[in-house]
Design a binder for this molecule. Sequence first.
Ligand code: GLU
Length: 484
Amino acid sequence: MSKVRTRFAPSPTGRMHVGNLRSALYEFLIAKHAGGEFMLRIEDTDQERYVEGAVDIIYHTMAETGLVHDEGPDKDGGYGPYVQSERMKTGIYMKYAKELVDKGEAYYCFCDKERLASLKTEVVEGKEITLYDKHCLSLSKEEVEANLAAGKPFVIRQNIPNEGTTTFHDELYGDITVENAELDDMILIKSDGYPTYNFANVVDDHTMNITHVVRGNEYLSSAPKYQRLYDAFGWESPVYIHLPLITDENHKKLSKRSGHSSFEDLLEQGFLSEAVVNYIALLGWSPEDNREIFTLDELIKEFDYHRISKSPAVFDYTKLKWMNGEYIKAMDFERFYEMAEPYIREVIHKDMDLKKIAAMVKTRIEVFPDIREHIDFFEELPEYDTAMYTHKKMKTTEETSLAVLCDVLPILEAQEDFSNDALYQTLLKYVGEKGVKNGYVMWPLRTAVSGKQMTPGGATELMEVLGKEESIARIKKGISMLQK
Ligand code: GLU
């Protein structure tokens, strides 16, 4: 068997859609699992859809996700050029198109816009389809040559018979057979001399020795035309794997409207690229057991493409958030701090130990922007209601809280070491002397210094970060609120 070679073949049309990233990931995993090669090819023949800066997005995404290509525009592997507009200049597409013309599998078409516009359209499955009527197929060789010599604009079309059927194979869908009469004589070379995306894709996959192609199933309908091209050339077609659609929670195609359809959206929303890659791996593929957390290396080892499913994959944002939280928990602290610091600084401007704050929130957040709501009280004590001092389980009321705060205030004022440990020991001593439960003392204190029901740490942890002066001031404020 020949060496496994896969390719990611994005068109530079904007942000990296989650579906495209999934194709790239699966292509990468198939190659690496088999010890093969993974290639990057830029498909930029559709000049109208080209978006400035989109090529940079492609490189950036691949670098961020760790999908390192063995060959590509920036890494020659002997199959270049790797950008279709550059390949076109070598004349490769025209050469192969002419070969098909010579074989009777393609023909020149000189029809102008007006004539094409007058062709019958049919509505098939809600889509308007215009099949070309093969008008130019009947031109004689001499007529074609005369037109070319006169410089008449032309396209080259694939010649698909009106009778018979075409069968192609997909790994997930099996053999699919379609009536040839339903297939359009699609354009292979456009009037500007560029190949169409479909034609360039076939020529390139073959000439670049690609063995496996993974793509979205929106390409399934073009697959029979591809098959006919492979057959016409006498080439073996690669293994095709058309992936199920990715939908949003409402089972609609995951689109820009969802607000998280691209890799860049997700990064902006505070997700880690490893978590995104892990999550996307499971959008259509599953391992033998129920395991969910995988590093890229683990995925390489486990990824068997025969386990890809053809049922639609629902993008579950809540699940992705959960997974991201797991990655954050497992993250090395230094790296976490580097990423968390900007979010902490957005909320906290006073001089405080930001690393301690970061350590407190690390296990509590799912995405980085969650940090803000967890720590906002450090900067300034929020308005709060004294009803918060009442806690059934801790057996506290406003009265007991007032008594406790009044008791511990002088103790804390006398306390020199305001570290978490020292404060905790001091308060434990008080708890012991009083013969009460920890919460009976800690709850009112935590309420007084944070003004919040939920905090990322216990009373003494918060007091350590706030410092003596601020903690005492907040406790005094609590006392005066409770006295009213
Ligand atoms: N250029 C196509 C795209 O970006 C690639 C499809 C394929 O992988 O064949 O959708």
